[in-house]
Design a protein around this ligand. Structure first.
Ligand code: IVH
Length: 767
């Protein structure tokens, strides 16, 4: 029968394509197409060759096991070839296999060893006199790569066999074959590390295992934490041998070699199908990847009678599971907001069956990942789901990209609450800045607010916060202070007594310190120490809320910049609002670029050293713009500990969200018996209420600038028995207002609180 030209051409195309993908898979550990796609290509070629035997050639990929070993490792010849397995993709193909076996042996029912088919890479171990002397990869099946040093790092692999040589012990020479693999837990950890350090992210556990084993430096292999299960034997010398495969596995297990705990002996094809179904149902719970089960005729004598075909034994078959990687297209990319405000991009996919489950969403992790993989809407992508892991977009097939596919943009506003999104410099994760208000972050924000080191609301635990939010009683931290006894007693397991206790705890928490309050707001990167430094520095919340980059970053003034130079710089910046350093200059390092740019501007009196100091302090032109000449030239003060450009950006972003400001205003609303903080510092020198004097029990607030340092005024007022607090509430007795008093003065006037100025200060302090 002559072969039609079209079929001849198709076979040639398939051969070239399979060869290419073999190379990507075996040599580069970097496959381009999912396994299922590869299997289809190989299948198609096998079918063609079956129909037209004259198409079959010795160099066809169907005749081969893998690719040549890579050159950087020593070559090792296997004593017995390492073979491959024929596949069955459905029940009928398994039944056909069983029928061939029964016919070949002339028996009714066959006993099989049933084992999971591990998705890793085959390795052959050589034990001489019970000692591990060599380990090799499969390579082309005849010669592999010497990975002895690497395999020795695998904890599952014994370096010396248990027991001794002899009748019941191990043979003098023993070749053991098995699969080296990575657990999902290790795989995730390795990729997580790679993501953070900008290293190579692996497409799947098998590639990660192969990449980890083929490390010239075995210490890298060791750190990866590979595992191994043994599934068979190669050459054996100097001992009588078990007459069954299962018996062999039991023996090697007895000598300390790792064997899958899932291995069983089954009778007949129905039991094979039962085993396949049972393991398939538990596949997602295993911590390692399996892509099917292997059935092997158990009696060695029967195996020998059946023999081999070109690339595989006739006595074994791999019954595959549906693939866990498939191709589909990205229809959209949306952003989800997590409970800590992190925005996670999610790909909406054309639904596709992956491993028996419909997948229509997959995570893209973060913007760095999107940029690295260059995922665009409309792209054809390779998705994977495995175990309990969220489906993931692994890679794009650029050759299938439609024209006009747009890169994904990070939204500028939170999709949940519309607050600004901030992606701090050098960070992969973008976040919503509406922490106090955003519904996605509600529970976390309230839990943090109530926590012991923040507002310390006793009895308000995580479960209770969840309940309050779920029932719609609390939307933001300020709502806590509006809860009533009736509302609380409606809650699960909340008696009247505990409700009263909680109300009392809420009441107690109102009296706090500014530092705790700032910390309680949950501003990104503002921990307790930074909150304390901010409270210390600004003295009250309004000053902090109004602070620009200048006040947050540069309270110290710049060495070598006098007021004249500072004014010249500020007026230059004001006159040239569009100018900026060229980002491609100074190898993209922003500080150097800013320094060069400043040094080359016609600014009178600006010396190179001062340009450098300014660039180091502000780092970017945006941070420098808006800073007053006075601040630049100031000579007092010191930088706020813990506040650099990134923290300053978080603080400014937080306070510039109208919704956050509204929640803060609610918290301070005198009508609800506002939060009221003591002195700026947690370490007031005089405990409030302890001293006695003419101001005994009076609550005083100070605002504006006065002739004496605020700390001193406060100390002296406290010495008279006054309590000095940071904000005006209905409990305030007196406001001392200096120059530029700001919002506290109007609040005090609204509440009808007595206000005195600088001129009354002396009298007050003198008692
Ligand atoms: S037996 C002569 N058993 O699958 C039989 N192989 O597709 C040789 N594999 O190269 C293999 N788990 O890397 C066997 N329980 C198992 C297996 C297994 C995974 C791999 C092995 C082999 C490939 C064949």
């Amino acid at each position: 029968m002559s072969v039609p030209a079209s079929e001849r051409e198709r076979a040639e195309v398939l051969r070239r394509s399979i060869e290419y993908h073999n190379d990507r898979y075996y040599r580069q550990d970097d496959p381009e197409i999912p396994d299922a796609e590869y299997d289809r290509l190989l299948r198609e070629l096998q079918d063609l060759e079956a129909r037209y035997p004259e198409l079959r050639r010795a160099d066809s990929p169907t005749q081969r096991v893998g690719a040549e070993p890579i050159s950087s490792f020593d070559e090792v010849a296997h004593r017995l070839p390492m073979l491959s397995l024929a596949n069955a993709f459905d029940e009928q193909e398994l039944r056909d296999f069983d029928r061939r076996v029964r016919e070949g042996l002339g028996i009714e029912r066959v006993r099989y060893s049933a084992e999971p088919k591990l998705d890793g890479l085959a390795v052959s171990l050589l034990y001489e006199e019970g000692i591990l002397t060599q380990a090799a990869t499969r390579g082309d099946g005849h010669r592999g790569e010497d990975v002895t040093a690497q395999v020795r790092t695998i904890r599952d692999v014994p370096l010396r066999l248990r027991g001794s040589e002899g009748a019941e012990g191990w043979p003098s020479l023993l070749e053991v074959r098995g699969e080296v693999f990575l657990t999902y837990a290790r795989f995730e950890a390795i990729n997580e590390h790679a993501r953070r350090s900008g290293g190579k992210v692996f497409a799947n556990p098998r590639n990660a295992a192969a990449g980890s084993l083929r490390q010239l430096d075995p210490s890298i292999t060791a750190a990866r934490g590979l595992s191994m299960f043994c599934y068979g034997l190669g050459a054996v010398e100097g001992a009588s041998w078990s007459d069954s495969h299962s018996g062999s596995l039991a023996r090697i297990a007895h000598w300390g070699l790792p064997v899958s705990p899932e291995q069983r002996v089954v009778e007949g094809v129905e039991d094979c199908i039962g085993y396949h179904t049972a393991i398939g149902a538990r596949r997602d719970q295993l911590d390692y990847a399996i892509d099917g089960v292997v059935f092997k005729v158990d009696r060695r004598a029967d195996q020998e009678r059946l023999g081999f075909v070109a690339r595989a034994p006739r006595w074994a078959i791999a019954y595959k599971f549906p693939a866990q990687e498939e191709l589909t297209t990205v229809e959209a990319v949306e952003f989800q907001v997590g409970r800590t405000g992190a925005l996670t991009p999610v790909a909406r996919l054309t639904p596709v069956q992956v491993g028996g489950v419909t997948v229509s969403n997959a995570t893209l992790h973060n913007m760095d990942e999107i940029e690295r993989k260059d995922v665009r809407v409309g792209d054809t992508v390779y998705v994977r789901r495995a175990g309990d892991v969220i489906p993931e977009v692994i890679r794009v097939l650029p050759e299938r990209r439609p024209s006009g596919a747009e890169p994904v943009q990070l939204p500028s506003h939170c999709p949940v609450c519309q607050s600004d999104v901030l992606r701090a410099e050098g960070e992969a994760v973008a976040r919503c800045t509406g922490g106090l208000f955003c519904p996605a972050q509600r529970k976390e924000a309230i839990k943090h607010f109530a926590s012991r080191r923040a507002m310390d609301i006793e009895g308000l635990g995580d479960k209770l916060v969840s309940q309050l939010v779920d029932m719609g009683l609390v939307e933001d931290p300020a709502d806590l202070y509006r809860l009533s006894l009736e509302q609380l007693t409606q809650l699960d397991r909340m008696g009247e007594k505990s409700a009263q206790n909680l109300l009392a705890a809420l009441d107690t928490s109102r009296r706090t310190t500014l530092a705790r309050f700032i910390y309680a707001l949950g501003i990104r990167e503002v921990g307790e120490a930074t909150a304390r430094a901010l409270a210390e520095h600004f003295g009250d919340l309004d000053a902090l809320m109004g602070a620009g980059a200048a006040e947050l970053l540069a309270p110290a003034g710049i060495k070598g910049v006098g007021i004249k130079t500072a004014e010249a710089l500020v007026s230059y910046l004001d006159a040239h609002p569009e100018e900026a350093p060229d980002p491609s200059q100074a190898a993209g390092r922003s500080v150097e670029a800013l320094e060069q740019w400043l040094a080359t501007r016609p600014i009178r009196g600006l010396k190179p050293d001062a340009a450098r100091a300014i660039a180091e302090r502000f780092e970017r032109i945006e941070q420098l713009r808006g800073v007053s000449a006075g601040v630049l030239a100031a000579t007092q003060g010191s930088p706020i500990e813990g506040v650099g450009p990134v923290v300053a950006a978080h603080i400014r972003a937080f306070f510039s969200q109208p919704h956050n400001r509204e929640v803060i205003a609610k918290l301070r609303d005198p009508e609800i018996g506002a939060i009221d903080w003591e002195a700026p510092s947690d370490t007031a020198m005089v405990e409030p209420g302890r001293a006695s004097g003419t101001l005994n029990g009076k609550t005083i607030v100070i605002t504006g600038s006065l002739s004496l340092p605020r700390d001193e005024i406060k100390r002296r007022l406290e010495a008279q028995g006054a309590k000095v607090t940071g904000s005006v509430s209905k409990n305030t007795d007196l406001l001392i207002a200096g120059a530029d008093p700001g919002g506290k003065l109007s609040r005090a006037q609204d509440l009808g609180i007595e206000v005195v100025g600088e001129d009354a200060l002396d009298d007050l302090l003198a008692g």
